[in-house]
Ligand binder design. Structure first.
Ligand SMILES: Cc1nc(C(=O)O)sc1CCOP(=O)(O)O
Length: 199
């Protein structure tokens, strides 16, 4: 079960730079979802992470395929702030493109995506007035899709086993690690749950 970390809304350059290198062995993909950073600031952050030996293979940028291409990275995530999937696919055919979706209909509109992020599965502070999909509906959606699907929204360590059983390829966590007082310990509890899957 893959574990993706997403930068929280209020992340600062300096906090990310001090926290991420402490955690980098223990997750699979870092989503830089920093829509309030300028291109220049985002480029500087990637440069600093690289200086600290953060691997390119674990770096994904949201919404900015032009920067992914400029940096020679491979993964971009497309959401409502992004250029449309078809446009990105045509212009950057060499990129791995993930698409953020909330329904089967949205998945079908991006049929050629390399992977999807489906949410929100559970209640989450980041979507206070919206009903979550829940496990049952999520299962019905992902069983019709061949690509890997990452679950997002309110994911706690205890959700890892049921989400794995439903068929999710991984989980994405935003607030539950990088916003915590003790991110190393918070991440460890997700990894314990991942290890338990193999018992
Ligand atoms: C960034 C994001 N996208 C969502 C979606 O449903 O598309 S839910 C979400 C935030 C997830 O935060 P947390 O892990 O703290 O619940």
């Amino acid at each position: 079960m893959r574990l993706h970390l997403i930068t929280p809304e209020n992340s600062s350059f300096q906090t990310l730079l001090t926290t991420i290198p402490l955690l980098q062995q223990d997750f699979d993909m870092l989503h830089l979802r920093l829509h309030y950073f300028s291109d220049q600031k985002l480029l500087s952050l990637v440069k600093e992470l690289r200086n600290q030996s953060f691997p390119d293979s674990k770096l994904l940028l949201h919404d900015r395929p032009h920067l992914v291409a400029e940096l020679g990275l491979s993964h971009v995530q497309i959401g409502f702030r992004s250029p449309r999937f078809e446009v990105v696919k045509k212009r950057y055919p060499f990129l791995k493109i993930g698409v953020s979706v909330h329904s089967l209909r949205e998945m079908e509109q991006a049929k050629e995506a390399d992977f999807f992020m489906l949410g929100h599965i559970y209640q989450t502070a980041s979507k206070p007035n919206k009903q979550p999909l829940g496990e049952k509906e999520a299962e019905q959606i992902i069983e019709t899709i061949n690509q890997p699907v990452i679950a997002i929204g309110g994911i706690q360590p205890a959700h890892i086993t049921p989400l794995h059983q439903i068929g999710f390829h991984g989980v994405a966590v935003m607030g539950g690690v990088l916003n915590m007082d003790k991110p190393v310990e918070a991440l460890a509890s997700y990894n314990r749950a991942r290890r338990e899957l193999n018992v």
